[in-house]
Ligand binder design. Structure first.
Ligand SMILES: Nc1nc2c(c(=O)[nH]1)N[C@H]1C(S)=C(S)[C@@H](COP(=O)(O)O)O[C@H]1N2
Ligand SMILES: [Mo]
Length: 249
């Protein structure tokens, strides 16, 4: 005949079972840790860790080459509700006669957002990635940064060389990004004035923002007030807080 267990006995058995399971489970990472520690050192760090690092390096080099394109998606895959994140530099009222200051070496001039609409339009549907841990498939439209540079003949230091960087700032100067030239002239990098086929909303960077699919979200500056080409590394808001300057994907 089966004995009846009291509630107390049942709880105790469950507790014992849980402890045994937990103990067994904890041996797994311990085993991996021992295996890593037992392996030989290679270049001052343990071989398995070194291998991971080398793999990451190779991967990064491959992914960062200018020929690499971020994967694109179809319009039906676009997320319905576009996320909003970060409002540094978006506090002031938008100027009625909004102008974007351009600086390329010694050359300085201003353009209006409407000037950009006269240039060929480029649309892209890609996965926008924020380091805070979210990503979304989004649809943007605007002008390729490289087309804009060619049209205005800017970004060139001399006949053979481009400047090393392009820096962008909000009109109040509070949010800044610095972009390496290979990423700036990447064919998927655009000065965007549309989202989902409609004019940009204020919170997403109206009238003009940077969309740079080969970089993390924080490099996609909203509300461009200044575009500056130079060989000096431009100011970068999040890099000044210790985030990776390059922020490549
Ligand atoms: N001016 C400005 N641009 C910005 C930010 C900001 O705070 N201010 N945040 C960045 C970060 S961290 C992300 S993830 C994206 C978010 O863009 P969204 O609000 O259109 O989703 O904008 C980037 N551009
Ligand atoms: Mo972000």
């Amino acid at each position: 005949m089966q004995e009846e267990l009291t509630t107390d006995q049942q709880i105790r058995r469950k507790t014992i079972k849980a402890f045994v399971a937990f103990g067994v489970a904890s041996l797994v990472p311990l085993g991996i840790w021992k295996w890593i520690n037992a392996s030989a050192y290679q270049n001052n760090i343990l071989a398995p860790l070194r291998k991971t690092l080398e793999f990451n390096e190779k991967l990064t080099a491959k992914l960062l080459s200018n020929s690499h394109l971020a994967p694109t998606f179809s319009r039906s895959e676009v997320d319905k509700k576009v996320r909003f994140n970060g409002a540094v530099g978006l506090q002031e009222k938008l100027a009625e006669k909004y102008k974007i200051k351009i600086e390329s070496g010694e050359e300085k001039f201003e353009i209006s957002p409407a000037d950009l609409k006269a240039l060929p339009k480029q649309e892209i549907v890609f996965e926008f990635k924020c380091i805070e841990g979210w990503s979304q498939i989004q649809h943007w439209g605007g002008v390729r940064l490289v087309d804009f540079m060619n049209h205005y003949k800017i970004g060139q230091k001399d006949a053979d060389n481009l400047f090393q960087y392009v820096g962008m700032e909000t009109p109040d100067g509070k949010y800044t990004v610095g972009i390496d030239m290979p990423s700036a002239v990447h064919p998927q990098t655009i000065l965007a004035y549309e989202m989902n086929g409609k004019p940009l909303l204020k919170k997403h960077g109206s009238p003009l923002r940077l969309i740079i699919p080969v970089k993390y979200g924080y490099k996609n500056l909203k509300r461009i007030g200044v575009i500056k080409f130079s060989d000096e590394r431009p100011k970068d808001y999040w890099a000044s807080y210790g985030y990776d300057y390059f922020a490549g994907l």
